[in-house]
Design a protein around this ligand. Structure first.
Ligand code: MSP
Length: 520
């Protein structure tokens, strides 16, 4: 039987600046889920990439005295290096300046134009370049007590100044798809997650969808409108199309039909409307299915403050990794805050989390188990003898926690899933505390009992390693080696977490090296 497919995406990151922890967060979450799904037997396709057109990137390039493509080429390398450092197992990386992408955007535009869903009009309103978003006068925020005039007009999203625009533009007839979109959202309760964001979107649509401007004439850094090259396609329409251009829309029907619709778009809460309104209506107009699910996660502040260049408090993921290691960073981001809610990144919180969960709970379990195997069994996996009730309790734990973990992962509740994994970690520590193998070891006659206890502890560790692999692939790999497991961890299946007794007695365990040192 062919494996079922699972196609998931991250947003495309703007190349106007280097990545910070917010960008790392979305990508790490997507990677953890991709790895989990692979373990669970899915044929996973994880897509990420960069958003390179538009005024925002153009402005940064000008400030840096570079051609925008040159700037993009430089920043893309920074992203690729970071993804490698963060162990992101993406299957494809798409850049919006690639010919394969541009061809798909043009095909999609032509399709909508031929259907009569695109028309030429005049746009009069306001533009926020940092958000790359159009606003009407009634949507604007006006600085307190001041008249609504050019300079005082501010973006309702980010609060920054907006620029007045009046130009000829192409429009997409989004209003035409309002009812269809609402029906779709109502018929598919899982389409927009979490539910709070779904409600926001539904309320917004109910206020009435307008047609949206989808081209600009003020600059040329973008994909030209095929029927009128004096215009470039609006950067959001360009960027959203990546989700289909990367899988062969209009070029490779076999690949496209296999992967579309996407199973999941993971995004931040700020770009929800583009993904849950603009994108699905464009797809409907093109006769394509909407994605299965869109999940909007929360935002990180840094040490209690909004991250911004002007405050100088932007957290560089490279630095965090250098200081604490990649897996500690991944674990903290996914464990400390429920996905979907906002969180605060602080060094103290990270250190506390890592020391308590990784160094203490898991690190100690691993160290004491492996050291006892070395000391009492010359580093060879002992064989289990007859079992007692306390052994059976431990053996029953995995089949108890696995369905729970699966349910949480299905809902992207990473923090809750990890909490359940730690029930197994703590349960195994408790098992050692109550069976006291170091006391049993004093009586030579009880060697079979000692072997049983340590075998069970090793087996629990094997299962824990499989379960933490999606979150901490490097540490899991190191534990795997120390347990003496011969098979490739990446090729393991979750089914193996349900089976007790996989380790073969007599196997030599690996060299013991601390995996989670305590941070002082
Ligand atoms: N280029 C658009 C997305 C196009 S998708 C077709 C864009 N890029 S971005 O680089 O500005 O942001 C990318 C992602 O990073 C968004 O999902 C955003 O929510 C996320 N984050 C940016 N700052 C963040 C935090 N401080 N915290 C968490 N995530 C944040 O938007």
């Amino acid at each position: 039987m062919p494996k079922p497919k699972f196609y998931l995406t991250t947003p495309l990151y703007y190349v106007n600046d280097v990545p910070h922890i917010g960008h790392a967060y979305t990508t790490i979450a997507a990677d953890a889920l991709a790895r989990y799904k692979r373990l669970a037997g899915f044929d996973v396709f994880l897509l990420t990439g960069t958003d390179e057109h538009g005024q925002k990137v153009l402005q940064s390039a000008r400030e840096a005295n570079l051609d925008p493509k040159e700037l993009a080429d430089r920043v893309v390398i920074v992203y690729e290096r970071l993804w490698e450092k963060l162990s992101i197992s993406y299957d494809d990386f798409i850049r919006t300046t690639e010919p394969r992408h541009e061809r798909a955007v043009i095909s999609l535009f032509n399709k909508l134009y031929a259907n009569g869903d695109i028309y030429k009009g005049t746009y009069e309103g306001w533009y926020c370049t940092p958000c790359e978003t159009f606003w009407s006068s009634s949507q604007l925020k006006v600085a307190k007590g001041k008249p609504r005039q050019g300079r005082e007009a501010r973006c309702p999203e980010c609060g920054r100044e907006v620029e007045e625009v009046a130009e000829e533009s192409y429009f997409f007839k989004m209003s035409r798809y309002q009812d269809q979109l609402l029906e779709h959202i109502e018929a598919n309760p899982d389409f927009i997650k979490p539910p709070s964001r779904r409600n926001e979107i539904v309320n917004f649509i109910k206020e009435g969808l307008r047609d949206i401007s989808i081209s600009r004439m003020a600059f040329t850094w973008g994909i030209p409108v095929p029927v009128d090259p004096a215009h470039v396609i609006y950067v959001w329409v360009d960027a959203l199309t990546n989700y289909i251009s990367a899988i062969g829309y209009s070029m490779d029907p076999e690949k496209f039909n296999k992967l579309w619709p996407a199973d999941l778009h993971i995004i931040g809460k700020d770009i929800m409307k583009f993904h849950a309104i603009v994108w699905p209506t464009i797809l409907m107009a093109a006769g394509l299915e909407p994605p299965q699910r869109i999940f909007g996660h929360g935002w990180w502040t840094a040490e209690g403050q909004k991250m911004s260049k002007s405050r100088g408090n932007v957290v560089d993921p490279n630095q965090v990794v250098e200081e604490f290691g990649v897996d500690a960073f991944r674990y903290f981001l996914l464990r400390d805050v429920p996905f979907g809610l906002d969180g605060d990144f602080s060094r103290d919180a990270l250190i506390q989390r890592v020391n308590a969960d990784l160094a203490n709970d898991l690190g100690n379990l691993l160290n004491r188990t492996l050291h006892m195997v070395t000391r009492y069994f010359d580093g060879l996996v002992p064989g289990p003898a007859h079992e007692k009730e306390e052994d059976r309790d431990l053996q029953a734990l995995p089949s108890e926690v696995l369905p729970e973990i699966d349910g949480y992962m299905e809902n992207l509740e990473f923090s809750a899933a990890l909490e359940v994994v730690w029930r197994l970690v703590r349960g195994t520590n408790k098992y050692l505390d109550s069976t006291k193998p170091w006391v049993i070891a004093k009586d030579m006659e009880k060697k079979p009992r000692l072997g049983t206890v340590l075998y069970n502890s090793l087996e629990a560790l094997r299962i824990i390693t499989l379960l933490i692999f999606p979150f901490m692939p490097n540490s899991a790999g190191r534990i795997w080696e120390q347990l003496g497991m011969p098979e490739d961890l990446e090729r393991q299946s979750l089914v193996r977490a349900k089976e007790w007794g996989i380790l073969s007695p007599g196997t030599k365990i690996g060299k013991i090296k601390p995996v989670f040192p305590k941070i002082e």
